[in-house]
Design a protein around this ligand. Structure first.
Ligand code: MIC
Ligand code: SF4
Length: 636
């Protein structure tokens, strides 16, 4: 008798190339499509180059330019020229500045239900809105996948989210994501994959589903997915890609490790107040809170549907005169439709500023919040410093709440305004800003800011050094290595960007680490949550960090540490203080490990929770060191 399967099991079964499909064990899967973006892409492509192939091997690779699309520094433009030329040289498509944020463009133009997508960006699960398995990873993992090598992951537990009912006016897909975060927190998804089921699924369009899978990233989940159904089919047909559709859903009696039930009809508009995406309250609790800026866009809420709703809500009205209101559709497709249907005129007349498709404010490129101000945004992250100023605060919400609030100049409840419905029956399809590859005759353009990494360092048998920094729980990669105007132009230059490591936590960290020749970092729970930014591992590596001891690690960051040869260790961190001298014998990573706290005269047991492959990798000095030695990185 056939065993009933979850959707994850079905997709993985079609892609597994190494290991057994058993929860908790490590498997290698075939990756069909890869995406890179301009913040993480330069490293990913340099890493790909170091593998020595003459062409990408995955079915489809797209290099996107979106994070610094405005080219606010010459170095960013240099990155774009490098990315465009290297993509063309090695057989990848290039999505130009202004074409939009990678995740939205990808599900609109390239995603295919049932296929696998590995992206050097944590929000790659957005593709799950289309029934595609999208996984975020560091650049080195994506480089190997572009080269046709498998991607390794631990088979996660599966959480089912059963959706019933239908969203009432003013309550949106964003509120579904915020509700999940409210219930399970930013670490509730760690070790899980999230599958959406239930009769409520069919009431949500593909862009709405993509908003939800996008933001499930914030729970720490490996990925999330919706079934591919008639709604998916209609969406792909409107994209002129009906032939890419296939039906895909979990077997009705599949068994799950956890279940959440959400009645869409009973949800209310929600707001994640500053500090963390799970700091969620009903809008009614914060109505009237004064705001200084509204930003509507990003890969979470930049779809045509999202911006059209806002345009309809603001039509014939004026936004509050004292605040700055900015709208940025997340793709050129959405942009063109909004031009065509008059939405931009309505927004302009309402006093809204329009900005080209791209990440923009979401990553602190422009619209940086002022000191002690509150910005209301439809993006997915609001940690300290995320908007580019550690003293400016961000609250997260739906486009509907954002539009209602833009009118008032304070947080407002959209349900007090007349309902607006948007039904999309036509899409403009034109890939004018996608550049097709020309092949090896294209010279790769390398400006001086594009600096190759120093050679890998194998792990010594004994690690010695000082605890250079001890941080609390929930430290995000934005805290380890800030994004925004400080650093976005230095993503291709490790020695320079490393100087900003822990900039918002302790501005002396980088100089101290360099002076001491490296040492240890002590973290709390869910250390490294958030983005896939491998720079949050590469920069500490550049400064000589040998191991990070934490209560627990976020998935992508842990993989990035291992990929660069830094040992992630789990243990009781109460036994360490900043300045303590430590010694760890790591000659045999199979033996129980003990940290000798030389300063305190104590010994503390710690665990290296690594697979056999990962142990070999850390020993060798990282993924690229293994690849160079021809070990364990089977590429096609
Ligand atoms: C983010 O949203 O944090 C980013 C910027 O897109 C990152 C990638 C990066 O740091 O370049 C992500 O999500 O992985
Ligand atoms: Fe860009 Fe923001 Fe999406 Fe990251 S979360 S890909 S910065 S829009």
């Amino acid at each position: 008798m056939e065993v009933a399967k979850t959707l994850l099991e079905k997709v993985l079964a079609e892609h597994v190339v190494a290991g057994a499909l058993v929860e908790g064990s490590e498997i290698g899967i075939r990756i069909d499509q890869c995406l890179t973006q301009d913040s993480t892409g330069t490293m990913a492509w340099l890493e790909f180059e170091s593998l020595g192939l003459d062409k990408v091997q995955a079915e489809l690779v797209v290099s996107y330019s979106d994070h610094t699309s405005l080219g606010f520094k010459g170095e960013s433009t240099d990155d774009h020229l490098f990315l465009q030329s290297i993509a063309s040289h090695y057989g990848a498509k290039f999505s130009k500045n202004g074409n939009g944020v990678c995740h939205q463009v990808h599900y609109e133009r390239f995603g295919i239900p049932g296929k696998t997508l590995l992206g050097s960006d944590s929000h790659t699960p957005t593709a799950g809105g289309l029934g595609m398995l999208g996984i975020g990873a560091g650049g080195a993992d994506v480089a190997v996948a572009m080269a046709g090598g498998p991607f390794y992951l631990t088979v996660p537990k599966v959480m089912r989210v059963v959706l019933t009912g239908k969203l009432p006016w003013g309550v949106t897909a964003k509120d579904v994501a915020l509700e999940i975060l409210r219930r399970i927190s930013v670490k509730g998804g760690v070790g899980y994959f999230i599958e959406f089921t239930g009769p409520g699924v069919k009431t949500l369009s593909v862009p709405e589903r993509a908003t939800i899978t996008n933001m499930c990233t914030e729970t720490g989940a490996t990925s999330s997915i919706f079934p591919s159904d008639e709604v998916t089919k209609e969406f792909l047909e409107l994209q002129g890609r009906g032939a890419d559709w296939r039906e895909l859903s979990a077997d009705p009696d599949a068994s799950y490790d956890a279940t959440l039930e959400i009645d869409l009809s009973s949800l209310v508009p929600l707001v994640a107040m500053p500090g963390s995406p799970d700091n969620v309250v009903p809008v009614t609790e914060v109505v009237g809170t004064k705001i200084d800026q509204v930003f509507i866009g990003s890969c979470t809420n930049g779809s045509y549907r999202d911006i059209k709703v806002v345009a309809e809500m603001l039509k014939g009205k004026r936004v509050a005169p004292e605040i700055d209101v900015v709208v940025s559709p997340a793709s050129r497709q959405a942009w063109e439709m909004l031009v065509e249907d008059g939405s931009f005129l309505a927004l302009t007349r309402a006093g809204v500023r329009l900005i080209e498709p791209g990440c923009n404010a979401c990553i602190g490129i422009g619209f940086v919040p002022g000191t002690n101000t509150l910005a209301l945004r439809t993006v997915n992250r609001n940690w300290k410093g995320r908007g580019g100023n550690e003293l400016g605060k961000l609250a997260l919400t739906s486009p509907e709440v954002a539009a209602a609030s833009a009118l008032k100049g304070a947080i407002a409840d959209p349900r007090e305004l007349p309902p607006v419905t948007v039904r999309v029956t036509k899409l403009v399809v034109d890939d004018v800003m996608i550049v097709e590859p020309q092949g090896p005759s294209v010279p790769i353009r390398r400006a001086p800011n594009i600096v190759k990494m120093a050679p890998p360092r194998p792990l010594p048998s004994v690690l010695r050094g000082e605890v250079l920094l001890k941080v609390g729980d929930g430290i995000s990669t934005d805290a380890i290595l800030p994004a925004g105007p400080l650093t976005q132009h230095l993503r291709s230059n490790l020695p320079e960007i490393a100087k900003f490591t822990f900039h918002y936590e302790d501005k002396t960290f980088a100089a101290r680490a360099a002076e001491k020749g490296g040492g240890f970092i002590v973290g709390g729970e869910n250390y490294g949550q958030g983005s896939s930014r491998e720079h949050a591992a590469l920069a500490p590596w550049q400064l000589g960090i040998k191991a990070v001891i934490a209560k627990s690690f976020a998935r992508i960051h842990k993989a990035n540490l291992v990929n660069v040869g830094i040992l992630p260790l789990v243990g009781d961190t109460a036994a360490f203080d900043q300045g303590d001298a430590l010694e760890i014998d790591v000659s045999d990573l199979h033996r129980p490990l003990v940290v000798r706290n030389v300063t305190k005269g104590t010994t503390i047991p710690v665990k290296a929770e690594l697979s056999e492959r990962e142990r070999r990798m850390v020993k060798a000095g990282g993924l690229l060191a293994m690849a160079a030695a021809g070990q364990g990185v089977a590429i096609r």
